[in-house]
Ligand binder design. Structure first.
Ligand code: SF4
Ligand code: SF4
Length: 384
């Protein structure tokens, strides 16, 4: 039986390994990434002859901020060196888009450059053709869920690796490791259960009738009355994409606590995926777009490229990433820069909140810590 995450997690303060994107002519960034994950201890996991799921996001068609396939190949090659059988994986989306079923999802992954030739391993959509192939997995210490619905191929794997693009997010403040795992590994049913606490509404006084929100809503929940947007609460799935789409802050969530609950649910789904088996987590802070890679576009980065991080502890990894981001200077010509130049917007010094003021992110990590998923304390080990 595979060694458990509990056993593999260091008893003392977890280490998070970090390196920036500086390099020399003789060392590609992908080689530097391989050095980083080896230094962080990926070789301690017994992968010999085992199926190794590498969970990532292949990017919605039109988005260019997602991680390049070259990074996936770098990680997959290390897995193969260690004797493992890697595959790249993600689950289908809740909303219609270019990744809503396995065929469209595989096409999208191929168009965005993820195939055997570029990455050295296959792409498997973990929850099957229609997003219904899931496994009901216990949530250890869960306070919201007893079980979670996770894509079957992810749970069938012996070893789980998350490879995360760290960026902003219109619902969760930032999209990091817990978001990649918790929401990303949920089947369509699992995503529904995580999203069902908050549905947004439109303030007609703020709506400028631009009609951009309906283009973002894959569920056809938005219509227009006298030019103003109206959300059909019965059709809306609570995904939050329209909130990020509205440039005039006309859309917000009815339930003030909904994003906090969403973050806690994401932590519990991450627990379901990771508990009781060997896991390893990698996060790259690059192309820090204000919103999720699920959007069919990506606005200019709100922060500069910062670096690559790896850890056995997913909570510590997200905390380290957000701490590094908070120290960075905002990009002036970006959503965050625009908000900071606007005297009517909040200026808290928290770059993710100032970029997407509706969002909450701390509760996700606090809840992850409370249920034993990991710890927000960490030791940062810097690799040159
Ligand atoms: S995106 Fe915002 S301003 Fe534009 S129609 Fe929708 S709610 Fe109104
Ligand atoms: S939250 Fe917005 S984008 Fe998502 S389903 Fe509801 S109306 Fe559509």
């Amino acid at each position: 039986m595979a060694e458990s995450t509990e056993k593999m997690r260091p008893k003392q303060t977890p280490k998070v390994y970090f390196t920036d994107f500086r390099t020399h002519t003789d060392q590609p960034i992908t080689v530097k990434l391989q050095r980083l994950i080896k230094k962080a201890g990926i070789g301690d996991i017994d992968m010999d002859g085992k199926f190794v799921a590498i969970k990532m996001h292949f990017g919605e068609l039109g988005n260019l901020a997602f991680l390049r396939p070259n990074y996936a190949k770098a990680v997959a090659d290390v897995v193969k060196e260690l004797g493992g059988k890697p595959f790249l994986t993600d689950c289908n989306t809740l909303y219609p888009g270019s990744r809503k079923n396995a065929l469209d999802h595989l096409y999208c992954a191929e168009v965005n450059g993820f195939n055997y030739m570029t990455t050295g391993c296959e792409v498997i959509i973990a929850d099957g053709l229609r997003g219904t192939d899931d496994v009901e997995v216990p949530v250890k210490n869960g306070t919201i869920f007893d079980t979670a619905l996770i894509g079957r191929a992810i749970m069938d794997a012996d070893v789980f690796i998350s490879l995360t693009h760290f960026k902003g997010h219109e619902s969760t403040g930032f999209g990091g490791t817990l978001k990649n795992i918790g929401m990303g590994c949920g089947s369509r049913g699992g995503k529904m259960l995580q999203h069902n606490d908050g549905k947004p509404h439109v303030d007609p006084d703020l709506c400028r009738t631009c009609k951009r929100c309906a283009k973002e809503c894959g569920s056809d929940a938005i219509s227009y009355e006298s030019g103003k947007a109206v959300i059909d609460q019965d059709i809306c799935k609570g995904c939050g994409r329209c909130i990020g789409a509205c440039a005039f802050d006309a859309i917000s969530n009815d339930n003030e606590g909904a994003f906090e609950i969403l973050g806690q649910k994401i932590a519990e789904y991450t627990q379901a995926v990771c508990y009781g088996r060997p896991c390893f987590h990698i996060s790259l802070i690059t192309d820090v777009s204000p919103n999720c890679d699920c959007h069919s576009e990506n606005d200019a980065p709100i922060l500069p490229d910062i670096g690559m991080l790896a850890s056995f502890d997913p909570v510590a990894l997200d905390q380290a990433c957000v701490d590094l981001c908070q120290k960075a200077d905002p990009v002036r010509n970006s959503q965050l820069g625009d908000n900071l130049a606007d005297p009517d917007k909040p200026h808290t010094g928290d770059h993710f909140y100032d970029s997407n003021p509706n969002t909450r992110w701390k509760q996700t990590l606090e809840h992850g810590e409370a249920i034993g998923l990991g710890t927000r304390e960490y030791e940062l080990v810097v690799m040159k």
